[in-house]
Every structure is written in structure tokens, then in C-alpha cells.
Design a protein around this ligand. Structure first.
Ligand code: GLS
Length: 890
């Protein structure tokens, strides 16, 4: 008898079902085992990286244990799950976080002594997993950590991009983009699941109402275990890779056509190749939609398949699953869930709609028009014909359902204006009558002329508006499918509208933002379902963003509070407040900051060659480069600062407050102005940092390749941090929270979460400046006649234009974008805010002279901002949107 694989019993019949090496080998032995067998480090000189890999694999095994146990437990208990659908998860490094969340820090530190290494150094062998652009993707990563730490049954679902966010380099004073080979050294943090695959179709046609895709790819799962903090719970991030259904076309190969033979594979590879391809071209657009549909379809199929393993009736799906759509990127989920329920599982349209709208919720993360996705109907209909058909049906049902409401609204408006109009019309008719009587008295000819005038007037008189037309016009503003306002005749699907109609909850990410989406983006939807709109102010995980990135400060906090419970319960940080008044404690607080500044100074030297002192104030401005975030305004202020320092006498200079100003952030490769802003900062640095007259009084550093790991180094070193977006533009911001928790003071506008940070910390402790969100529209209107330029501002721009920082022609259109009425006209209102920004900067210098008061405030910041723990945010989502319960293992 030939034995088959099926004869092998699994799990092993003996009592040992403990899964692998971890429980059998202690930490030290497991590292040794991995070093020798898994990464084969003998006889190679790549031992430092191999040591990281071995440690990572050793931790991996322990994670797998926690993961298997959690998932088995949840399967048995069958609680409702939250599925967080996101095109981005900006995870950064995993090692330190995993070891500490598993509470194995001590054991690993001990084991590594043998190699003369510490965990911190070994951790630098890991490449960042940069599967996200910035705040939105990092928020998703923080949320996963909090979900697991709160024992909430939840998975993330996303895409396993082979190339993450590009690496940023600097060459000849400009940003250059390099590919991010993050999987190069293998990835110990993922588990490939060839047994979990789903087909995802594209293109094709509808035959007898049924979709026959013209192209199919296979989605294959990779699981990334997400350990909660000091709990047995280990959640999951499931990322999809795309495979060709037939990797290799043998027929084509035999016919001599090698390139055709691998064509399918090439096409499948393209889908998961790179994070957010360039959006500017048609091909790019289609590929992005393909990515979105690819991961959404696989995730929904996967969830439904697991549900059906344990349940028969899909009507119960909303009791077991909630899909949170992270921005509009996964919005096609609304149509795909409908398709799966109707076409694959035989439900009626109405039943499917009832289920969908109980399962799906939507978070809006931006009010910037260019980021609110609208897909051309043409593109959608070609790539996903069945989905386009469903969207049309959803839209038509939606418009039908509100026609009554809209008609009543039109009638009310008409009634209001009718009375007024009738009065006017009656008066006009009287006048005309009088004119005819007067003309008649003058004879035949005059009467004929008057009659002509009257009939012309009557014809020109405003006809009562046609109600039906008004209703039709108004309905268009609610429609999911709309005409492109720029390209007449092109129809677009407004994905945000589809998301609102298809979801049972819609939320913004900070209090002000959640108001703005109600008043400016979706006001007409608020009329229909006011209860759907909520706020969930963002948060950050205190594990990564305080406990692990700043162990020195954490130790001090723990010592003061007499417990490290604050890592789990951030409200306890409030108990630090009295320590702000303790001079000895303040001295120790400063010592920690000094240590972190030293580490950053070392990094700056390594990356840029600039030697910076650790004495000056560390002033940090790190985030994606964007006009609305106004790094440019900061740059202009630094030119002014430089000019002032140059003009000072030596006595005056001796009294100046020295600063090291650090910028970091990537400009999207196709974002013309953002790249020029990077270049300007680099040029200012080049001039200022090499000016012997200036010395340590001012250094302007652009630290390349800002990413999660750099942030972990930079944020603890900050003394002041800048969050200076034009009011009303930054939905929330999350680095502001990280800086505040690490005791950096904030200079900022009344925008996003700055406002709530101010409320918690006391506005008097922040440096707030600038116009308010509700003034913006009028100020933009007034820009046409703006002339009130601050002379410091004009002089600084003059220095750019005259070439003080080199390449004046290159910076010409950057300057024009904020000075020329016809070329941008300062859309983000730098000129309006500059003077108050400078006042705030002066106040910062003044306060820094008083180190005791400065440190006091720094402690207050940490003590006041526990609210911004993502545990609090996730707890609110779980209670107020998801209805998902903590399910810890006993
Ligand atoms: C963003 C916003 O711009 C940020 O203000 C916000 O903090 C973040 C997370 O909610 O989402 N939206 C976006 O498209 N990218 C972001 O970082």
C-alpha cells in the first residue's frame, strides 16, 4: 500500500500539542537554535543581521503560540469580530514591541548578554514595514495594538505590498526616491497561508445578469500576529498577496512565446507590487482601484467563509462581523458585500442591503478635496461591471427613498419665496395696468407701443419655478453618481457618498473635524440620518510611543507613580501633575530629555554630517511634506531668524536663544511644490549651518527618510514641536499626541486634535496662533485684494528670490505660489498667519530662558494627555460603533 499524506496524523497523537520549539527551548536556547539552523549564521560574517533574524524567529515562535491559542479560543467562543479594512498599515519595526508586549524584555536582555548585545541594538537590524504613507496608516497600526491589548476580537485586513513607502534620499540638494526592499532579508513576522486562497475577478461582462470576469487572480493570505500588551490575546493582521491562477502558460512557452507564458504572473504581481501607485495617469488610477477591490474582495470572502463554517444563515452576519472602512479606499466593500450576498449566496437585493448596512461603518480622515475619491463610471464599469450595476441600483433606491424629503424641502423653499414673489408680481401688474390706461388716453399709436412693452415685460417676468425641475436639481446634490464639475459629460462615483449611504455609522477623527464633515462635506446626509454621524478622536499606542521609544522617561514616570499600570491605563498619567512642582523631579526630567537629545544629535551626525550641540532648544517639524501643513511657513520664519542673527552685535548674539531645527518628511514623488519645499529647507540648512558667524545659534537640519523608526528616535528628543496647518485642513494629526506625551511643547494652530490637546493641557501651556477655521472662506475670498504683507515675510522671500540660498530660478514658482494672485494666491494663508506665528515663536524663545518653567510645562503635557491613548479611542469604537466585547482568555 502506498501511504498517502492523509495517513499522517496531525496534530501528533502524543500529548504534546504545544506547537513547536518555543515551550521546549528557553529563550537563550531558542536563539541559538535559530542562529544555527534557521539562519545558518556559522561561517558567515553577516552575524549582526543574523543575530537580529534569530532573535526575531525565536520571538516569532512564541507569538505563534499566543496567536494559535487566541484564535482557537475565539473560534470556540464565537464572539462578534471587528474587521478593520485598510489599504495601509504603517507598522514600522516589530521586534521591540513584540518582546515587550509579550513581557519577555528581561529574558531576552539576559539571553543577549552572551553575544555582548542588547535588544535595542539588535532591533536596529530590522527594516521598517512601511505599508503606509503617514498618519492614516500609522493610526491603523496603533489601533491593532489597542484592539489586542483590550482583548477585542479583531483583525486587520490589508495588502502585502512588496515595496512599501519609498526610501527618501537627498542628492544635490533635492529629494530622490529609492525603492523600499523591505522583504529583502525575509520577514519573520508573517505566516504564509497557502491553504487560504480566494479568487478575485476583474473586467469581463455581464451574461444573463451574471458577472463573468475577464481576468482572475488568486489572493493568498499572510498572517501577522499582533500581540496585546501583557495579555494572552494575540490578534491578527491578514495581508493579501496576489498570485496568477496559472503561474506559467506552458502552451505559450512551448510555442516559443516566453513573455506571454509569464504574462499572467506579471499582471498578478503588479497588483500587490507597490503602495499607492502614482495616481496621475489613467493606468495608475485603474491599478489603484484594482488594489482596493483585490483586498476588499478577498477579505469579505474570507470572513463569510469563516462565518459559514459555524453558521447557516447569513442574516446573522451583523451579529458576528463589523467592517470598519478606513477612509474611502475600501468603499467598494459596500458593492462587493452586496454582490457576494446576492450572486454567490442567493439572497434578495433587499435582504442583502439590510445585512450590508448593518455590517459596514466608515471613517473619514480628510476634508481635502483631492483626497476624497471619485472614480469615473467608465473606469468602474470596465473593471467591475457588476459592481457598477449594483452601485447604480443602490443610488437609484437611495434617491427614491429621499425624493419625499427633497420634495418637501423644495416646497418649503418655494412657499417661503412665493409670498414675496406674488407681492412683487401684483405690484408689477398694477403698474402695467396703469401704463395701459395712460397710453390709451394718448391715442392708438401710444396704446399699441404700450401693449408691446407690457407683453415683453410679462414674458420676461420671472415664472414661478417649476417644482419638478427644482427637485431634480436638488436630488443631484445627494446622488452617489455625479457629473464631473471640470469635465462636462464625465460621470463619477463619489465613494464618500457611497460609504455614507452604505454604512450604519460615519465618524470623523477629531472633534473639529467631525463637525466640519457634518457642515461642509455631508450636510445633506446629516439631514437624512443625523444619528449616523459621530466623532472618534484619534489616539496613539502608549506602548510604542512612550514606553518603548522612551524607556528612560517611562522609568521615571513609573518610579514617580509607583506603578507601570499607566502603560495600560493612561488616565493614571494625570497623577504626575504634582511632580511638575518638584524641582528635583524637574531636574531628572531634564536629564532624560538631554539624553534623548544626545541620541538624536548622534543620528543627525550619522545621516547628514552636521554636528549639532545638545545645548540649544530642539525644535522639531516632522510629517509628510504638504502645502497645507506649512513647512514652508516655518522655513520662511527661519530665514528671518537667520537674518536677525546676522544683523546682531556679538553682545546681542550672546543673549539669543539657540535652536536646532529639525525637519523630516517625504514629499509624494509627483508633488511638485512639496519637493521644492524640501529643496528650500535643504538649501537654508546648507547656508546657515556653514555660516561661521552663526555657529550653534541656529542649525537647520533636514533628516532624510522620516519613518516610524526615525520618529521613535526624534519624538523623545523634542522640546518644541510644530503642528501649524491652516485651520480646518488637518483632520486630526497624531504626531502632536506623541510629542505631547513625550513632554514636547506645541506650537500650533486651532486645527485638528491640537484643539483637544489644548483643552486637556490648558491652552495657556501651548503656543497657539493663527486664524480660525470659520474665518478661512472669507479670508480666501479677500486674498484677491491682499496687500498686508509683514515686512519680515517679504524680506525673507526676497532673500530666496535674490539667490541667498542658491538656485533662485528653481524657487521662483514656490515664491509665486504664495505671492502671485494667478499662481496659487497663497491658498493656505501663510501671509495671513505669519505675524502671529512670529509672535508665538518669540514667546517660545522667551519661555525657554526659564528652564524651570519650561520643564514644569513639559511634565504637565505628559500628565495631561493620557486621553490620547488609542486604547481610549478603540474602547469608544468598540462600544459606540462596533458593539464588540472584550473576550480575554481565562
Ligand atoms: C489623515 C489626516 O490627514 C490626519 O490629520 C489624520 O491624523 C490621519 C488619521 O486620522 O488621517 N488623512 C489622510 O488621508 N492621511 C492622514 O494622515
Amino acid at each position: 500500500k502506498v501511504r498517502s499524506m492523509l495517513d499522517i496524523s496531525f496534530p501528533p497523537k502524543e500529548e504534546d500539542t504545544s506547537n513547536g520549539v518555543a515551550p521546549k527551548l528557553g529563550v537563550e536556547a531558542s536563539i541559538e537554535h535559530e542562529l544555527k539552523y534557521r539562519v545558518s549564521a556559522n561561517n558567515t560574517d553577516a552575524r549582526p543581521v543574523k543575530l537580529y533574524q534569530s532573535v526575531a524567529w525565536s520571538v516569532h515562535d512564541r507569538l505563534v503560540d499566543a496567536f494559535d491559542q487566541t484564535q482557537a479560543y475565539w473560534k470556540e467562543k464565537d464572539p462578534k469580530h471587528i474587521y478593520y479594512l485598510s489599504a495601509e498599515f504603517l507598522m514600522g519595526r516589530t521586534l521591540t514591541n513584540a518582546v515587550n508586549n509579550l513581557d519577555l524584555g528581561g529574558e531576552y536582555a539576559e539571553a543577549l548578554k552572551k553575544y555582548g548585545a542588547d535588544l535595542e541594538t539588535v532591533a536596529t537590524g530590522e527594516l521598517d514595514a512601511a505599508l503606509g504613507n503617514g498618519g492614516l496608516g500609522r493610526l491603523a497600526a496603533c489601533f491593532l495594538d489597542s484592539m489586542a491589548s483590550l482583548d477585542l476580537p479583531g483583525w486587520g485586513y490589508g495588502i502585502r505590498y512588496r515595496y512599501g513607502m519609498f526610501k527618501q534620499g537627498v542628492k544635490d540638494g533635492l529629494q530622490v526616491e529609492l525603492p523600499d526592499y523591505w522583504l529583502d532579508n525575509g520577514n519573520p513576522w508573517e505566516i504564509r497561508r497557502p491553504e487560504t486562497q480566494f479568487k478575485v475577478g476583474f473586467y469581463g461582462s455581464l451574461e444573463d445578469g451574471k458577472w463573468v470576469p475577464g481576468e482572475e487572480v488568486i489572493a493568498e493570505a499572510y498572517d501577522v500576529p499582533i500581540p496585546g500588551y501583557k495579555t494572552k490575546t494575540c490578534g491578527n493582521l491578514r495581508l493579501w498577496d496576489a498570485l496568477a491562477p496559472e503561474e506559467f502558460d506552458l502552451e505559450a512557452f512551448n510555442a516559443g512565446d516566453y513573455s506571454k507564458a509569464v504574462e499572467q504572473k506579471r499582471r498578478a504581481d503588479g497588483i500587490t507590487a507597490v503602495l499607492y501607485p502614482n495616481d496621475a495617469t489613467e493606468e495608475g488610477k485603474e491599478l489603484r482601484l484594482k488594489q482596493q477591490f483585490f483586498f476588499v474582495s478577498a477579505s469579505l470572502q474570507d470572513t463569510i467563509a469563516r462565518y459559514l463554517e459555524q453558521h447557516k444563515d447569513l442574516a446573522g452576519l451583523p451579529d458576528k462581523a463589523c467592517f470598519q472602512m478606513n477612509d474611502t479606499h475600501p468603499t467598494i466593500a459596500v458593492a462587493e458585500l452586496m454582490r457576494l450576498l446576492i450572486d454567490e449566496h442567493g439572497l434578495s437585493y433587499d435582504d442583502a442591503w439590510a445585512i450590508t448596512t448593518k455590517c459596514v461603518a466608515y471613517t473619514n480622515h480628510t476634508v481635502m478635496p483631492e483626497a476624497l475619491e471619485k472614480w469615473p463610471v467608465r473606469v468602474l464599469a470596465k473593471l467591475l461591471p457588476r459592481h457598477m450595476q449594483l452601485i447604480e441600483q443602490i443610488n437609484s433606491n437611495w434617491l427614491d427613498s429621499i425624493t419625499g424629503h427633497v420634495t418637501a424641502k423644495v416646497e418649503a423653499e418655494l412657499a417661503a419665496s412665493d409670498a414675496e414673489k406674488q407681492k412683487k408680481a401684483a405690484a408689477a401688474a398694477e403698474e402695467r395696468k396703469a401704463a395701459l390706461v395712460a397710453a390709451e388716453a394718448k391715442g392708438e399709436e401710444a396704446l399699441a407701443a404700450a401693449k408691446k412693452v407690457v407683453s415683453e415685460e410679462e414674458a420676461a417676468e420671472e415664472k414661478p419655478a417649476d417644482k419638478a425641475t427644482l427637485v431634480e436639481e436638488k436630488l443631484k446634490t445627494y446622488s452617489i453618481i455625479q457629473e464631473n464639475q471640470w469635465t462636462k459629460g464625465e460621470m463619477l462615483v463619489n465613494m464618500a457618498y457611497l460609504a455614507v449611504v452604505g454604512s450604519f455609522a460615519v465618524n470623523g477623527v477629531a472633534a473639529i473635524h467631525s463637525e466640519i464633515i457634518k457642515t461642509d462635506i455631508f450636510p445633506h446626509f446629516v439631514e437624512i440620518f443625523p444619528e449616523r454621524f459621530q466623532n472618534k478622536t484619534n489616539g496613539v499606542t502608549l506602548r510604542r510611543w512612550l514606553a518603548y521609544c522612551n524607556p528612560e522617561l517611562s522609568a521615571l514616570i513609573t518610579e514617580a507613580l509607583g506603578t507601570d499600570e499607566w502603560v495600560r491605563d493612561a488616565t493614571l498619567l494625570a497623577k504626575l501633575k504634582p511632580f511638575a512642582e518638584d524641582a528635583a523631579f524637574r531636574a531628572r526630567w531634564r536629564e532624560v530629555k538631554q539624553q534623548k537629545k544626545k541620541a538624536l544629535a548622534e543620528r543627525i551626525r550619522e545621516q547628514t554630517g552636521y554636528q549639532v550641540s545638545t545645548e540649544p532648544m530642539y525644535d522639531i517639524h516632522v510629517k509628510r511634506i504638504h502645502e497645507y501643513k506649512r513647512q514652508y511657513m516655518n522655513a520662511i520664519s527661519l530665514i528671518h531668524r537667520y537674518k536677525v542673527l546676522k544683523e546682531m552685535t556679538p553682545e546681542q548674539r550672546a543673549k539669543a536663544v539657540p535652536r536646532v531645527v529639525v525637519f523630516g518628511g517625504k514629499a509624494a514623488s509627483a508633488y511638485y511644490m512639496a519637493k521644492k519645499i524640501v529643496a528650500l529647507i535643504l538649501s537654508i540648512g546648507e547656508t546657515v549651518n556653514n555660516d561661521p558667524e552663526i555657529g550653534d545659534l541656529l542649525k537647520v537640519v533636514f533628516l532624510p527618510n522620516y519613518n516610524v523608526s526615525e520618529a521613535e528616535l526624534i519624538i523623545p528628543a523634542a522640546e518644541i514641536s510644530q503642528h501649524i496647518s491652516t485651520a480646518g485642513t488637518e483632520a486630526s494629526g497624531t504626531s502632536n499626541m506623541k510629542f505631547a506625551l513625550n513632554g514636547a511643547l506645541i506650537i500650533g494652530t486651532l486645527d485638528g486634535a491640537n484643539i483637544e490637546i489644548g483643552e486637556n493641557t490648558g491652552f495657556e501651556n501651548l503656543f497657539i496662533f493663527g486664524v480660525k477655521a470659520d474665518e478661512i472662506n472669507k479670508l480666501r475670498e479677500d486674498r484677491k485684494n491682499f496687500s498686508d504683507y509683514d515686512p519680515r515675510y517679504t524680506a525673507a522671500l526676497q532673500m530666496v528670490s535674490s539667490g541667498v540660498f542658491g538656485r533662485p530660478e528653481y524657487f521662483e514658482d514656490l515664491v509665486a505660489s504664495i505671492t502671485d494672485m494667478n499662481r496659487g494666491n497663497d491658498w493656505f494663508l501663510l501671509a495671513n498667519d505669519f505675524a502671529s506665528y512670529m509672535d508665538a515663536q518669540d514667546a517660545i524663545d522667551e519661555l525657554y530662558r526659564d528652564q524651570e518653567e519650561w520643564t514644569r510645562r513639559s511634565i504637565i503635557y505628559t500628565a495631561s494627555n493620557g486621553f490620547f491613548s488609542s486604547d481610549r479611542t478603540i474602547d469608544q469604537y468598540a462600544r459606540e460603533i462596533w458593539n464588540v466585547q472584550p473576550t480575554p482568555q481565562p
